[in-house]
Ligand binder design. Structure first.
Ligand code: NAD
Length: 505
């Protein structure tokens, strides 16, 4: 961090030739403003070269953003806006995002290291769809009426919670932002969102589109900043009515204890060690392909990565042999801009070192390395945070690589005997985010889906995700749901109104 004098935009040209003017300030009240804090340096993880620096919010800056959101909440331009008009603004934002999707994909690929095509087809497709989906909800959020007999009348209003503080991670920078913004806007809240210090760029371009779409000033505010300073200031601020967080379980516990002091409403989406069960009756080819995608896509940096694969004993050896062949066939490791790249670099040096440390731990614990198990040199100069996709087999339940979230391209595979054994092993985790089951037996599929302790279960797939389907975790993987109609509950509250129409005392 430095305290160099602020410059609020910079001309950037990405390695794919895309050029744009990148805002670098804090987005408050629909304007980019200088911070009183330091800066964040954005690094290209493929080359370790600096992309640019952006302003980092101090606690004081976060306070200004919260004040802006607090003021906007009660301005007629937002509070009294017809919900259909609010939905139209969101649809306009989705259209603007779609028109700029190559730019957003370029920024997230450069800043995060993910393949450009993955950012374009996966992240951007989802980000646009989420805003569009929740734009459709804006004028369909209703209360209820209760039958009280002729002399009384009661109804409920579904109202916004107020000022929402939103804190997101770096693995899907823009789409994680939309998961938070979509339902919060549909319900009429105002917000301050803090992006991850590892990927601070795309959110600022989104700020430009928020203004262009016509949202009133102060409704949406974006601050970049460090977790300990800006994140904690946001979670602590007395005018913040709700904190919505996505990130690690360790940070979530801190946020929960901070929020407890003033009993703030919270939603937490945290880590996982999601199991994937392959039964002997599964379609082997499909099980292999989906389980590969479930752990190796997005560089393994997926909260719901199906990173614990359990395979029924009868087909264990055959599965391993086909899975390793699939890893070798699919996992072309390279830079973001090569269309053939399946796996880019890990997001930061810190994550790269953490994943390599886990690989060391797995080896020392006695897990068998079926493939990978090392860093990769992709460039001549040796720069870039590249790791070989790694498959540990014969992993035992007491090994750390079986129990702990690695958040990289590392899978742990173990055999199981029967269904009860598999479900017990799947549930033997402090986490409960995602799970997958591969079987052609319909009854077993539904039985196991019901038995597994997780917020999401995929039958014969992994990582399928849609704006209309709720998402979230149980146990230490989170509290509350995002996406779908359930996502609206996180951003609205029910008020009961009881009307006396003639009942005399
Ligand atoms: P992280 O917890 O380190 O950081 C997440 C965000 O929290 C960042 O914006 C960071 O600045 C902020 N932060 C850090 N300390 C803070 C504090 N004390 N107070 C307030 N804010 C603070 O997580 P990460 O490394 O950025 O992301 C990886 C983790 O996120 C993984 O565990 C992954 O499983 C999880 N994740 C979960 C989901 C989900 O939907 N469940 C989605 C994506 C990522």
């Amino acid at each position: 961090m430095s305290t160099m004098s602020p410059s609020l935009s910079v001309n950037l040209k990405a390695p794919n030739g895309k050029q744009w003017v990148q805002p670098t300030g804090l987005f408050i009240n629909n304007e980019f403003v200088a911070s009183t804090g330091g800066t964040i340096t954005s690094i290209d993880p493929a080359t370790e070269a600096e992309i640019t620096t952006v302003q980092a919010a101090s606690a004081e800056d976060v306070g200004k953003a919260v004040q802006a959101a607090h003021k906007a909440l009660n301005e007629p331009s937002w509070k009294e806006m017809d919900p259909s008009e609010r939905g139209a603004l969101m649809t306009k934002l989705a259209d603007l995002m779609e028109a700029n999707k190559e730019l957003f994909a370029t920024i997230d690929a450069w800043d995060n290291g993910k393949p450009y095509l993955e950012a374009l087809n996966n992240d951007l497709g989802e980000a646009v769809a989420v805003i569009r989906y929740y734009g459709g909800w804006a004028d369909k959020i209703h209360g209820q009426t209760m039958n009280m007999g002729p002399k009384k009348f009661a109804y409920t209003l579904r109202q916004p919670i107020g000022v929402v503080g939103q804190i997101i991670p770096w693995n899907y920078p823009l789409s994680m932002a939309t998961w938070k913004l979509g339902p919060a806007l549909a319900c009429g809240n105002t917000m301050v969102l803090k992006a991850s210090e590892q990927t601070p760029l795309s959110i600022l371009v989104l700020g430009q589109l928020i203004k262009e779409a016509g949202f009133p000033p102060g409704v949406v505010n974006f601050v970049n900043g460090y977790g300990k300073e800006a994140g904690s200031a946001l979670a602590n601020h007395p005018l913040v009515d709700k904190v919505a967080f996505t990130g690690s379980t360790a940070t979530a516990t801190q946020i929960m204890s901070t929020a407890a002091k003033s009993l703030k409403n919270i939603t937490l989406e945290t880590g996982g060690k999601s199991p994937l069960l392959v039964f002997a009756d599964a379609d082997m080819e499909q099980a292999v392909r989906w389980s590969h995608l479930g752990i190796m896509s997005n560089q393994g940096q997926i909260c719901t990565a199906t990173s614990r694969v359990m395979v029924q004993k009868d087909i264990y050896e055959e599965f391993i042999s086909q899975f390793v062949a699939e890893v070798k066939r699919m996992s072309k490791v390279g830079h973001q801009w090569d269309d053939a790249t399946y796996q880019g670099p890990q997001v930061t040096k810190q994550q790269y070192e953490k994943v390599l440390e886990y690989i060391k731990v797995g080896k020392s614990e006695g897990a068998n390395v079926a493939t990978g198990g090392k860093a990769l040199k992709v460039r001549e100069d040796g720069k870039g945070f590249y790791i070989a996709p790694t498959v540990f087999t014969d992993v035992k339940p007491d090994m750390r690589v079986w129990k702990e979230e690695i958040f990289g391209p590392v899978v742990a595979i173990a055999p199981f005997e029967g269904e009860a054994d598999a479900v017990a092993s799947a549930n033997d985790s402090t986490y409960g985010l995602g799970a997958a089951v591969f079987t052609t037996n319909l009854e077993r599929a539904h039985r196991v889906a019901a038995e597994i302790e997780s917020g999401v279960v995929w039958v014969n797939s992994s990582q399928d995700c849609y704006p209309r389907v709720p998402f979230g975790g149980v146990k230490q993987s989170g509290i509350g749901r995002e996406m779908g109609e359930a996502g609206l509950e996180a951003y609205s509250q029910i008020k009961s109104v009881l009307v006396n129409m003639g009942s005399k005392l």
